[in-house]
Design a protein around this ligand. Structure first.
Ligand SMILES: Cc1cc2nc3c(=O)[nH]c(=O)nc-3n(C[C@H](O)[C@H](O)[C@H](O)COP(=O)(O)OP(=O)(O)OC[C@H]3O[C@@H](n4cnc5c(N)ncnc54)[C@H](O)[C@@H]3O)c2cc1C
Length: 485
């Protein structure tokens, strides 16, 4: 909670260099970057500062995942030579209490007062465009030279017969639960569905996970998705892949769900349903027509590589955009908008090496190109893989599931992309991401000195595999000569 009820909107200071609608990650980064660089900035928020990420996305989900991992480790104690504590019970209100405390602690950093102290004019209320260069908040008219639409998205409500009547959870209200559902049916096998299915399973729910595609995490590499599938099954989750949810109904105390796979019908009873089938952009009510900003209700606002909309003075970033609608991109996008809108910058989103991660156990992280993407672009690819069970620190930690895969342009050391599946893949990917951003190749990664033992040794080992795969006749001849001399 960040917006204080006593907050008084300021009196507008002429025409703002940058007006930002939405104080989620994209809007906040853009506003903060612009004001640090000397611009006059207005920031409009209708609800909570920090947006989805802080209030119902990244932060509450990662907090609950941490506690669920603790319970998994307790039950797994014997694997580490420890003893399983007797009578493990989950105090669900305590778990959720920690979620609220963590959220409150991080909220303190983004209050209207803090942002205002930085020099940002903060307006609480609903923003509506009144023209090509003006926005209203209540009765106040704000004028701008450049604007950023960063209004985010809301959960998609799938048209499954009976679902609305039966009631269901989404990421917007799942963190308000006061009781852990005994039987939870999760619809959707993307990052949100998989992360929360695993967390609730570890906290004691009997979880059924239904995905209408043949694998989880549709955009990830197949072997990564398969490892995740195996891990979810080990957590006791009942998995239904390639399965449609066709109907929901209430029978007594049960919510009964019909599932269809290959013409075979099956019925599953649950106490609660959690829907995680994606998001739809927040474009309604913004009066985008007045600003001549083109948009699509389902797909959002189209932007070019500089994040400009059809009105060249208005930019869009984050989950409200049609393109680049990946969770990891919004803060990068906010920075790019500040540069492009105010300082004639030509920063392209496509030029960024942006990593992302799904925080299941094991985590699945990626940066750069996928092999299929490279092939579509006729780029020849060679992949160097190290399995985590080859890495000493993964063995000592009992965290041997997964791999590091580095993709290079064949015949060169240039990194095209990488996938890491590992307990700490989200941290491991950073080294590769840094190398890509700094233009470093596999020779550089192979030469990095690392403390021993660490799990990031896997990256060095994969880079060394590349170096060893390239016989250098001249070097071999020189070595022979030198040693014989
Ligand atoms: C469960 C879950 C877990 C996630 N975990 C991760 C993760 O681990 N890592 C990661 O990178 N991403 C994660 N994401 C995704 C991430 O939360 C979003 O991609 C990110 O919040 C999008 O940022 P945004 O700035 O585009 O929009 P938002 O964060 O949605 O912010 C938009 C803001 O605009 C405001 N707004 C909307 N319309 C108006 C209006 N008309 N006037 C004024 N204000 C308005 C809204 O109130 C909101 O505060 C997760 C998402 C979910 C749901």
């Amino acid at each position: 909670m960040t917006s204080s009820s006593s907050w008084q909107n300021p009196v507008p200071r002429g025409r703002y260099h940058l007006l930002v609608v939405g104080a989620g990650p994209a809007g906040l980064i853009a506003a903060q970057t612009a004001v640090r660089r000397g611009a006059t900035v207005a920031l409009i928020e209708r609800n909570l500062f920090g947006g989805t990420c802080l209030n119902s996305g990244c932060i509450p989900s990662k907090t609950i995942i941490r506690t669920s991992r603790l319970y998994r480790e307790m039950r797994d104690a014997e694997r580490f030579g420890g003893q399983v504590p007797s009578g493990i019970t989950v105090d669900f209100p305590a778990v959720m209490g920690r979620v609220r405390r963590v959220r409150a602690r991080l909220s303190d950093r983004v209050t209207a007062e803090e942002l205002s102290a930085m020099g940002i004019d903060v307006y609480l209320g609903e923003a509506r465009f009144a023209g090509r260069d003006s926005v209203t908040v209540g009765a106040t008219v704000l004028r701008f030279k450049n604007a950023l639409i960063a209004t985010g998205a809301h959960p998609v409500r799938p048209p499954i017969p009976g679902l609305e009547e039966a009631g269901y959870l989404t990421y917007e209200n799942v963190f308000d639960l006061t009781e852990c559902p005994k039987r939870l049916l999760v619809i959707g096998g993307g990052p949100v569905g998989c992360e929360l299915a695993q967390a609730f399973a570890r906290l004691g729910s009997r979880v059924t996970l239904v995905q209408d595609e043949p694998m989880f995490l549709g955009h990830e590499e197949r072997d990564a998705a398969q490892l995740l599938s195996d891990a979810l099954a080990r957590d006791g989750i009942e998995i239904h892949l390639d399965t449609q949810t066709t109907r929901v109904r209430v029978e007594g105390n049960d919510t009964v769900v019909d599932l269809v796979h290959d013409d075979t019908k099956r019925t599953v009873a649950a106490d609660r349903i959690l829907v995680g089938v994606g998001t739809a952009p927040n474009v309604e009510g913004l009066e985008l027509e007045a600003a001549t900003v083109a948009y699509d209700r389902a797909r959002g606002i189209p932007v070019d590589d500089f994040l400009r909309t059809s009105n060249r003075r208005i930019f869009a970033a984050g989950d409200v955009c049609t393109e680049h609608k990946f969770p990891h991109i919004e803060s990068v996008a906010g920075r790019i908008v500040a540069a492009n809108a105010l300082f004639l910058g030509r920063e392209r989103l496509s030029a960024q090496a942006v990593p992302w991660c799904t925080y299941t156990d094991p985590e699945i992280a990626h940066v750069g190109m996928y092999v299929t993407e490279a092939r579509q672009k006729n780029i020849p690819v060679k992949t160097f893989t190290v399995l985590m069970h080859q890495v000493a620190r993964a063995i000592t930690d009992g965290e041997e599931d997964g791999f590091v895969k580095l993709h290079v342009r064949e015949g060169t050391a240039k990194i095209l992309g990488a996938t890491v599946v590992a307990t700490h893949a989200g941290d491991l990917i950073n080294e590769i991401s840094l190398a890509m951003s700094a233009g470093l190749d596999l020779h550089a990664l192979a030469r990095v000195n690392q403390p021993y033992p660490t799990q990031s040794q896997a990256i060095k080992m994969a880079a060394e595999a590349y170096v060893h795969s390239r016989p250098n006749a001249l070097r071999a001849w020189l070595t022979r000569k030198w040693l014989s001399w």
